[in-house]
Design a protein. Structure first.
Ligand SMILES: Nc1ncnc2c1ncn2[C@@H]1O[C@H](COP(=O)(O)OP(=O)(O)O)[C@@H](O)[C@H]1O
Ligand SMILES: [Mg+2]
Length: 281
């Protein structure tokens, strides 16, 4: 699904009569693939995801879904029917007494039959490394923090949203759950979903993002191929962002006189880049 943001602006009451500009003239075209969204705390990432999801109305500009205004009529219905938003603290959104009901809720609400909903819920939980049989009757509130986070992600994945929005989904996950989450993001995009993932984690974005958008004080300050931007340690730093570990290591190796070929983003790519650099010298 194609989402077009045209000149989105939104300001909040900041106290003492001040207005805080959370978003300022943001224009983006999103269509398939994984778009990473980076920016310091308070730069507007969450607000932007909520505007895209239709949860928050902007006070300037508009959002189009497949060319239709997403704030009303057919556009609003298309958006509501296909958006899945994983909130920054998703476990706060639980409202069902059991895990099974929590994860099937969105499916049943979309008219999926009970048996099929259970099958899809089991699959989505399985993707996140959890078992519906083992946890289905438990209260989501009785789970560990990491399990809660994974249940919340699974309940969004289960609906197979055409527009998948994730707000710092890997924060606080252990390495296995983090990898499962990233794999699910990749799989959703491979199936044709348009994905936007806000994250501070350059390593996670290096693993999944095709494109990277950076926000500073509500404005888009970088927008380009994720590989190119994430692999440029100096550019990332200039924008107040932490580069991927491999990009930092490559920069340090170069300063130490070691030839590193290309712009590696992962540990394996870095090892290969050093090996290629040695072959050259
Ligand atoms: N409901 C709100 N009321 C007042 N100010 C808000 C509200 N939501 C966000 N803001 C402000 O908008 C700015 C952007 O916030 P947010 O979108 O949460 O940034 P990020 O997700 O990048 O940390 C911040 O200055 C924040 O304080
Ligand atoms: Mg946020």
């Amino acid at each position: 699904m194609r989402v077009t943001l045209e000149g989105i602006g939104l300001s909040f009451e900041g106290g003492a009569g001040e207005r805080v500009r959370a978003l300022d003239d943001v224009s983006l075209e999103l269509s398939g693939g994984v778009c990473g969204l980076m920016g310091q705390t308070g730069s507007g990432k969450t607000t932007l995801l909520e505007v895209i999801a239709g949860v928050t109305a902007p006070d300037a500009g508009r959002v189009l879904v497949d060319g239709e205004d997403a704030s009303r009529g057919a556009g609003a219905r298309a958006l509501a029917g296909s958006v899945g938003l994983v909130f920054q603290i998703p476990e706060r959104q639980f409202f069902e007494p059991t895990v099974a009901e929590e994860v099937t809720f969105g499916l049943l609400a979309r008219g999926v039959a009970a048996e099929e909903a259970r099958r899809r819920a089991a699959h989505a939980l399985g993707v996140m490394g959890l078992s519906l049989d083992a946890l289905g009757r438990r209260s989501p509130f009785a789970l560990s923090g990491g399990q809660q986070r994974r249940v919340a992600i699974a309940s969004v994945l289960a609906t197979r949203p055409g527009l998948l929005l994730l707000d710092e989904p890997t924060a606080g996950l252990d390495p296995r759950a983090r990898d499962a989450c990233l794999e699910a993001v990749r799989a959703a995009a491979a199936e044709g979903a348009t994905v936007v993932m806000a994250s501070h984690d350059a390593n996670a974005l290096a693993a999944v993002a095709d494109r990277l958008v950076c926000l500073e004080a509500g404005r888009v300050t970088l927008d380009g191929p994720a590989r190119e931007l994430l692999g440029d340690a100096r550019l990332m730093r200039d924008h107040g962002l932490e580069p991927a570990c491999a990009a930092r290591a490559a920069a340090a190796l170069r300063r130490a006189g070691v030839a590193v070929d290309g712009a590696p983003l992962t540990a394996v790519e870095l090892a290969r880049a050093v090996a290629r650099g040695r072959g050259r010298s």
